[in-house]
Design a protein around this ligand. Structure first.
Ligand code: TRP
Ligand code: ZN
Length: 869
């Protein structure tokens, strides 16, 4: 590996100084900013330590301590750090710096997007606005005065309370904000621009009176109703389920078109990607609405889990993210059908996090070292982190979990703490030692596998269950503490009642091999493992194919039913991949019969039917295969499996779709979304089975669509084949929504998921069009991100797919390094590929390393991928 400097958890030192308060005057003019910044420091370390502040891309205009200007010999600034030697033990530093907002395309620090100035400070963006101890363990109050042209920037926002505003000379005005809650610099925010406002005043269940405001460009303001409703629901939910109240009277959300991530939890001034705020029936799918609700919840929930209680250092990132993802998942589960929400989350976890954990980018939830912290906003830190929190909850139950939360808040409010501190509170409140062996979930990487088996002894009427952990993939190798929620099902489809009458039981594995005996039990009971996916593991049990069908029909846990169905799909995929004809033939009829029964069932919700009938993503099916993967066989198996199953279901799917479909309201509701999801899945099956006879039906569905969900379902069906019907619908779509950037993103993503022979040429041409705005991350992800998920084109044997993606990344690699580094994650799969594809990927990655001025985050990702080969 190269000379990349690593930051290590083991080297953590508290800072030599801390900051008590910041007073900022942010003067905005014509795409530039002057930052007048006064901050008070007190020494808390060695008496001879110099003051060392972070600062990047800043032009220094003046520096003064306690009102006395600093001589140029008294300080040094190398573009990364400002060092001032000889400072007193307590003092005020006044700095004036110049920042080029319009020149900032990295979208970190202060930048301008469609005329709106905004900031992004997590993780290390504040240092691109002014000098500071830019680390999360320095908490201070912020007092911010913003000045700008009144006509161009009528709205001026920062954190906390608005305490004053007024006019200045030359058509300029100011607003003065004060945030009374001490916070780290990553939660600072400023927004200024010509923004429209949607406002709602609410009284919460706990009687708090709040002013909620959403800001966005005037053209989009009508599309913010759903986001506002979601915010109200989130506030109510946090009060009622977690007993956590908001701590100011005003809460602002700003929606910005150019944003690197989903959204950001700045104190009382959340900044969002427009994608997670804007949406109405005509422009957003049901899935988009669910995304909005969940991200609005997530950012709001950070106010307690992240802002009031924050991270000591960035190795603790999952302290706030894992816990907040768990909270947003529970919010969504409480608002919809919990089992369906859980299945969707698990599908994502397996597709993304399990893959990450198996490759060269694997890392513990509490990483030990990093070159660029921006590279650690990962599925492991977020999603596996949330799974760990869910395991606490599963092991001790809601009541003890909430007691642990109360202790955590009581003990650590206003502090910057470690994951260990959270575990200690949960241990103390519940009596379960989460700070013991359980803590390995944070410090170890890799996905464990558990092999279950069982044995029934007629003579003694004992059922022995056995669990053996395979720990090879866990690093450092060790057994983990694994909560297994399971039930037993008999031939009649009845559920065993445990001694406390519960239908399922919790078995917490602590050793590598454990047995559990159930005494005095009749007949042969079939174990149903991991209700609700009670631990993020791989697991096996020697089910007969018929056992799986039995579980789909009778298990009393929605997750377990869908899981059994997915196991059937996985077995079928494996048989196709290994060209095991006999198994394939047996399984194909068994599986399609179970699909047919599921669709016809009266006992299942439409949403569950949709999931039962969805073949898992190939990206998750391949995770369990032996390496190197034969990608040609993978793609062949995928096509065969989809075509065969869809063809067998087609007649029944067709009949179902012919039924009246106007029972749903065209607006979003969780219940109607389920029905539409099922119809979309069935339409997709028709498209896979199609030899041309249903194309007109798909066109009709497109034309008659009453909302974006129906429209997208029809477009996906049309997109399976490149013909005139597809072209006509896509052209109409692009024209109809020409003024809706978020909808056009869908157009780019559709184009990038076509698989026919001419697709790459068309996608290449699209990437050259003016509409493909390279500086807009949503547009870039729509085309290039969707292409990288298109396994057929991405893994083309001639390397053309890899070349296309790297070619696009090269266009942004110095412009927006965070985005480039993130997109490069798809190349981590190189480690599992055949030597030819590995060679092609390596060549492309090496060529990118040659680019002048490549950033640390990009270099770190490429080197870790290449180092894993
Ligand atoms: N804290 C944000 C969240 O979880 C994530 C985030 C937003 C972020 N913008 C970022 C992380 C920029 C790194 C860089 O909601
Ligand atoms: Zn978050």
């Amino acid at each position: 590996m190269s000379e990349l400097a690593l930051t290590r958890l083991a080297d953590y030192q508290p800072p030599d100084f801390t900051t008590l308060s910041h007073v900022l005057r942010v003067v905005l003019d014509d795409g530039e900013a002057e930052i007048h910044h006064q901050q008070r420091f007190v020494r808390q370390g060695a008496s001879n330590a110099a003051l060392v502040l972070d600062g990047e891309a800043l032009t220094v205009q003046s520096l003064a301590i306690d009102g006395v200007a600093l001589e140029s010999t008294a300080w040094q600034y190398d573009g990364k750090q400002l060092i001032i030697t000889d400072v007193p033990d307590a003092f005020a530093l006044k700095s004036v710096v110049h920042v080029d907002a319009d020149g900032n395309k990295e979208l970190s620090g202060l930048y301008r997007s469609n005329g709106i100035y905004c900031t992004q400070c997590e993780a290390q963006g504040f240092r691109r606005i002014s000098f500071a101890l830019d680390r999360p363990d320095v908490l201070a109050t912020y007092d911010v005065r913003i000045e700008a042209d009144q006509a161009r920037c009528p709205v001026l926002l920062s954190n906390g309370d608005l305490i004053d505003q007024g006019m200045l000379d030359n058509g300029r005005h100011y607003a003065h904000w004060h945030d009374p809650h001490p916070k780290p610099s990553y939660l600072f925010a400023v927004v200024a621009g010509d923004l429209a406002e949607a406002q709602r005043s609410v009284t919460t269940p706990h009687g708090n009176e709040l002013d909620l405001c959403i800001y966005t460009e005037a053209a989009f303001i009508e599309q913010t109703d759903f986001a506002m409703d979601s915010l109200v629901h989130a506030i109510e939910w946090d009060e009622t389920r977690f007993d956590l109240d908001y701590d100011l009277t005003r809460f602002n959300i700003v929606a910005i078109s150019d944003f690197n991530m989903g959204a950001m939890e700045n104190k009382s001034l959340n900044v969002f990607n427009t994608r997670f705020v804007l949406g109405d029936t005509a422009t957003a799918t049901d899935q988009d609405f669910q995304g909005i609700e969940s991200v609005i919840g997530h950012e709001y929930f950070h106010n307690w889990t992240g802002n009031r209680i924050t991270c000591r250092d960035w190795f603790q990132l999952s302290l706030k993210e894992g816990l907040t993802v768990f909270r947003d998942q529970e919010f969504s589960a409480d608002r919809g059908e919990a089992a369906l929400e859980r299945i969707a989350n698990v599908n994502m976890l397996r597709r993304v996090q399990f893959a990450e954990d198996a490759g060269p980018l694997a890392h513990p939830v509490q990483p030990q070292a990093y070159a660029a912290i921006d590279n650690f906003y990962t599925a492991t830190v977020y999603e596996k982190g949330a799974e760990i929190i869910r395991m606490y909850h599963t092991i001790i139950g809601e009541e003890a979990f909430q007691a642990g939360m109360r202790l955590y808040v009581q003990r650590h409010d206003g502090q910057a703490v470690r994951i260990e501190d959270f575990a200690a509170c949960m241990s103390e409140a519940s009596g379960f030692p989460f700070d013991g062996d359980f803590f390995r979930w944070y410090t170890h990487q890799g996905t464990p596998r558990v092999v279950f088996s069982s044995h029934y002894d007629e003579a003694s009427r004992c059922l022995t269950l056995r669990a053996e952990q395979q720990t090879e993939k866990v690093k450092p190798q060790a057994a983990l503490v694994i909560p297994v929620v399971f039930s037993l099902l008999n031939k009649a489809g009845e559920v065993y009642r445990f001694s406390d009458e519960a239908a399922s039981d919790l078995w917490v594995l602590e050793e590598a091999v454990e047995e559990r005996v159930i005494h005095d039990i009749d007949g042969e009971w079939l174990p149903v493992w991991l209700h609700g996916f009670s631990a993020p593991i791989y697991y096996d049990y020697g089910y007969q194919h018929a056992d799986l069908a039995h579980i789909v029909a009778h298990a009393d846990d929605g997750f377990a039913r869908v899981e059994a169905m997915q196991t059937l799909y996985r077995r079928l995929f494996n048989a196709a991949y290994q060209q095991d004809e006999a198994t394939y033939q047996t399984l194909i009829s068994a599986t399609s019969a179970v699909m047919g029964n599921a669709l016809a069932s009266d006992a299942r919700s439409a949403g569950e039917k949709a999931l039962l009938l969805s073949i898992p993503a190939t990206a998750s099916l391949i995770n369990a295969l032996a390496t190197p993967w034969d990608m040609d066989a993978v793609l062949g198996a995928e096509i065969r499996l989809r075509h065969d199953l869809s063809s067998m279901l087609a007649e029944q799917a067709d009949a179902y779709l012919q039924q009246d479909d106007t029972s749903t309201d065209s607006a979003y509701s969780a219940a109607d979304a389920q029905i539409r999801q099922l119809r979309a899945v069935l339409l997709a099956h028709l498209a896979e089975a199609d030899s041309g006879q249903w194309r007109a039906r798909f066109t009709g569905a497109y034309e008659q669509a009453r909302n974006m969900s129906e429209r997208m379902a029809a477009l996906h069906a049309l997109n399976v084949r490149h013909d005139a019907a597809r072209e006509a619908a896509l052209a109409d779509f692009a024209e109809r929504f020409a003024d809706y950037p978020l909808v056009l993103d869908k157009y780019y993503a559709l184009q990038a998921s076509a698989k026919d022979e001419g697709a790459l040429a068309r996608i290449n041409a699209l990437s050259e069009r003016e509409g493909f705005v390279i500086s807009n991350p949503n547009r870039f992800r729509a085309l290039v991100g969707a292409f990288a998920q298109n396994l057929t084109l991405f893994h083309a044997p001639d390397g053309s797919g890899y070349r296309f993606v790297i070619g696009q990344i090269r266009r942004i690699v110095t412009l927006n390094p965070q985005l480039a580094a993130r997109m490069l994650n798809t190349f981590a799969v190189a480690a599992q590929l055949d030597s030819s594809r590995q060679g092609l990927m390596t060549g492309e990655l090496n060529s990118l390393l040659e680019v002048d001025g490549i950033s640390t985050d990009v270099r770190e990702v490429i080197e870790r991928i290449l180092g894993g080969l």
